[in-house]
Write a protein that binds this ligand. Structure first.
Ligand SMILES: [Fe+2]
Ligand SMILES: [Fe+2]
Length: 498
């Protein structure tokens, strides 16, 4: 824990100088995106009103719809996605907040009402959107019988009947945190099921893979923005299903969080998420008896395992919709076992210019692997031990700056760690304190009292002080090995969603 603390007090050079030049360009780009998005809304508003009066195939309406389709399609020349999102009374386009003035406030009112009426949070368009689809959508929304308030599920059933391939909607997250957690866990398990489908699928049809994966990434990102602690907590759930599946989802969640902290934009994060999600696809082609062999691998077996990056890249090549697959996915599949000192495998590939995404996944992959029990792994590291071990390999195995940001993100005691307090109580780290000076003072869920009797205790904040003495009520003494104390961390996180 001390190594972690010392390193984090060093100057972190990542955030400042280099970013300044990029800012100006980004601002200009965002202004253009906002103008385009408002223009689309304006046209959408007019088409909506026209659709109420006229029948489908009306020429005037068709012209309007064609213009909107074209504008949306244009976005895909430079952007990976096009979506409107309503969050806490603000409207966003591709994660950029749209600002409305006095003259166009009616547009905001119109779209937010249409969203709220149906409990929709996100309306997303995908590359390949056709005039027909947009026309269907506009008629669906403007129909008189669809104008009253309706539950999302009910509306979604109608929406699905239209068979939209390039338009998707998402439900508004409930404001209550409990429901948000349910949402996060739903996405977590959904992605495991999704990945399982891909792994077991004989036909290599890339389309459903990419559309669903993209949507999952959007949901992960929304949850990371709102409920990161809980999603990190879920990564404690190991071996829910076959290891590779669970592992891929964990690596994806942690990579998205790390990418966000490194300043990646939303569309870059979606690509990072897909790449991380698919990093071990090649393991499908490794015989299971080698993958789970309890004893040490011999030379031949090791060489077979080391082929999974190449197999993964080959599998990705087979995806039909190859041009919508982010190119970074190939880098990550091939490079996630590269080391900073240019060792690692595949040995035959020259390890120059390793992609940033591969360096990110290298770290999250390693962390998740050594904190998971496997038949061949003699020692499972606690989360704190894992961070310390990784810091010993800084600059050798891992990129120094990215690793420091990762350690900072996980905190000195990552979510899910078991900790002993100076009161004698034992707790599970529930939420990291956002202020780095309070990194060793997270929120902790008490699971034993000071006599070590198991309790379903409250969540306490380690920054709380006694008013009279100004002394902290509780302080962490050390982190404990959950196995030694027979504590099943996953049970605790699962209990929150049942
Ligand atoms: Fe791997
Ligand atoms: Fe992996």
């Amino acid at each position: 824990m001390f190594i972690v603390k010392n390193l984090l007090t060093e100057n972190n050079t990542l955030n400042q100088k280099d970013n300044n030049n990029l800012q100006e360009g980004k601002i200009q780009k965002n202004i253009a995106i906002i103008q385009n998005a408002i223009d689309i809304l304006n046209r959408f508003f007019m088409a909506f009103r026209t659709a109420r009066i006229y029948e489908p195939n009306n020429l005037l309406l068709l012209r309007q719809i064609r213009a909107i389709t074209l504008r949306i399609q244009n976005f895909f020349d430079t952007e990976e996605e096009a979506y409107f999102m309503l969050r806490q009374s603000s409207l966003y386009f591709n994660a950029i907040k749209l600002k409305f003035g006095y003259s166009n406030y009616y547009l905001f009112k119109f779209i937010s009402q249409e969203f709220k009426k149906r409990d929709i949070s996100i309306l997303q368009f995908h590359s390949g959107l056709s005039v027909d689809e947009l026309e269907k959508l506009i008629f669906l929304l403007s129909k008189k019988e669809n104008q009253s308030n309706i539950q999302f599920d009910e509306f979604n059933a109608k929406f699905k009947k239209n068979g939209f391939l390039h338009i998707s909607i998402e439900k508004s997250p409930d404001e209550l945190s409990g429901s948000n957690e349910k949402n996060a866990s739903k996405i977590f398990f959904l992605s495991i099921t999704h990945l399982k489908d891909i792994f077991s699928s004989k036909e290599e049809n890339g389309r459903p893979f990419l559309l669903t994966t993209r949507r999952l990434m959007q949901s992960f990102l929304n949850n990371i923005m709102e409920n990161e602690s809980f999603l990190h907590g879920l990564t404690n759930i190991k071996n829910f299903d076959e290891y590779t599946l669970n592992h891929s989802v964990n690596v994806c969640i942690l990579s998205l969080s790390l990418g966000k902290r490194l300043g990646l934009e939303r569309n870059e994060l979606v690509n990072l998420g897909i790449s991380a999600f698919a990093h071990d696809f090649g393991k499908v082609d490794i015989p299971l008896d080698i993958l789970v062999k309890p004893s040490t691998l011999d030379e031949i077996e090791r060489k077979i395992i080391e082929k999974h990056p190449q197999y993964g890249a080959e599998r990705l090549m087979q995806i039909q919709e190859l041009d919508s697959l982010p190119p970074e996915a190939f880098h990550v599949a091939m490079e996630h076992h590269f080391r900073e000192d240019k060792n690692g495998y595949p040995r035959y590939v020259k390890k120059e210019n390793t992609h940033l995404f591969s360096k990110i996944v290298k770290i999250t992959d390693y962390f998740d692997a050594i904190t998971t029990r496997r038949p061949y792994r003699k020692k499972v590291f606690t989360r704190t031990e894992a961070l310390n071990l990784m810091l010993e390999k800084i600059g050798i195995e891992f990129d120094p700056i990215i690793l420091k940001v990762f350690v900072q993100m996980m905190g000195a005691c990552p979510i899910g760690s078991i900790v002993l307090l100076d009161t004698g109580e034992i707790g599970i780290v529930h939420e990291i304190n956002a202020e780095s000076v309070f990194m060793l003072r997270p929120k902790v869920k008490l699971i034993t009292d000071s006599a070590r009797e198991k309790i379903d205790g409250p969540i306490i904040d380690l920054t709380e002080k006694y008013a009279q003495t100004n002394k902290y009520k509780r302080t962490m003494v050390k982190s404990l090995d959950s196995e030694k104390y027979n504590i099943r961390v996953p049970d605790y996180f699962m209990a929150q969603v049942q």
